[in-house]
Design a binder for this molecule. Structure first.
Ligand code: BJW
Ligand code: ZN
Length: 270
């Protein structure tokens, strides 16, 4: 593994990998959206949730114990996501995907993020491994539940928890976000699509994930088995760093545009 600082110029072997890759998988995590203003799972929370870590709230047990607390956390995050914009990292991935499609190749965006910032930057996302924060379903009968957009402005933390609505189909269960909590299975089609893409890829880029949450964190290992080059973009060391060929230490909103520019991939066309 070769570790590179963002202040260094991108080494020629990394530039060559990016320039020559035709079938790319980008696996993204919360750090991808950090520069848009969406907190990662490892940051200390404020307001109503300051006593809890994000990971403590993202569980079926937490929802069962205090549905209003967990529901309101998700409603606030949904409002925040709606209020922020994709950052230059999201836009660079979208540009790379368009460029590869023009060349007869592809870029498969596989994200652990429940936000829609990749899509809003123009990327066609192959797999949302951990679901989506904008849709809801019944926690009991699993039927989709339509829920109006949150009334918050997205930046103010709501003063008090509010109860989730009941499911109109079974009149029994509570509405919950359509996301994957700890101990729950990932959506099979998304995981299978991600697996197939990695098995067909010639380059894997791992961006803004701590690389510890399974089974998403094992996906790059499928590339490793096949000898596919692996590049990490993250300011910090991660659970996946040791298997990487290159680890570029920097923020995705800075590193991705620089990487593409160095490889001669146009950034600004829409
Ligand atoms: C930047 C940056 C910038 C900052 N630029 N970078 C095998 C072994 C051990 C345990 C398990 C196992 N298999 C399954 C488990 C249990 C569990 C698990 O993995 N636990 C681990 C903690 C060990 N996994 C599950 O339960 C999964 N289900 C499952 O496997 O079912 C079958 C099964 C069940 C039980 C046992 C065995 C099998 C489901 C996992 C679902 C995860 N759900 C969440 C919540 C989604 C909804 C929501 O958003 O609220 O998904 S948890 C949270 O973690 C969220 C994220 O998608 C996920 C990953 O986090 P991510 O994206 O990596 O974010 P962070 O915050 O961790 O890291 C941010 C990174 O960004 C950092 O590295 C920063 O440095 C970096 N960064 N600024 C670039 N500007
Ligand atoms: Zn129901």
């Amino acid at each position: 593994m070769r570790e590179l600082s963002v202040t260094e110029s991108v080494p020629e072997d990394v530039v060559t990998l990016v320039r020559e890759a035709r079938q790319v998988v980008a696996l993204s995590g919360a750090g991808m959206s950090a520069e848009s203003g969406v907190p990662t799972f490892r940051e200390v929370q404020r307001g109503l949730w300051e006593r809890f870590s994000a990971e403590e709230l993202a569980t079926p047990d937490a929802f069962e114990a205090d549905p209003a607390l967990v529901w309101t956390w998700y409603r606030w995050r949904q409002a925040l996501i709606a209020a922020v914009e994709p950052n230059p990292g999201h836009r660079a991935l979208a540009a790379w995907q368009r460029h590869l499609a023009d060349q007869g190749g592809w870029l498969a965006a596989v994200t652990q993020n429940v936000d829609d910032l990749h899509e809003r930057a123009g990327t066609d996302v192959l797999a949302h491994l951990h679901g989506s924060i904008t849709t809801h379903r019944c926690a009991d009968c699993q039927e989709p539940v339509e829920v109006p957009d949150p009334a918050y402005d997205g930046f103010t933390v709501p003063p008090e928890p509010e109860q989730p609505p009941r499911c109109p189909a079974c009149q029994e269960g509570l509405a919950r976000p359509d996301v994957v909590w700890f101990s729950e299975m990932l959506p099979a089609e998304a995981f299978d699509a991600a697996t197939a893409a990695i098995r067909a890829s010639d380059l894997v880029i791992v961006v803004g994930t701590s690389g510890i949450v399974q089974p998403a964190a094992s996906l790059p290992l499928l590339g490793l088995e096949r000898g596919v080059p692996l590049i990490e973009i993250n300011p910090e060391e991660t659970g996946l760093t040791e298997v990487m060929d290159f680890a570029i230490r920097g923020r995705s909103g800075e590193v991705l545009p620089r990487l593409l520019a160095a490889a001669g991939i146009p950034l600004d066309r829409r």
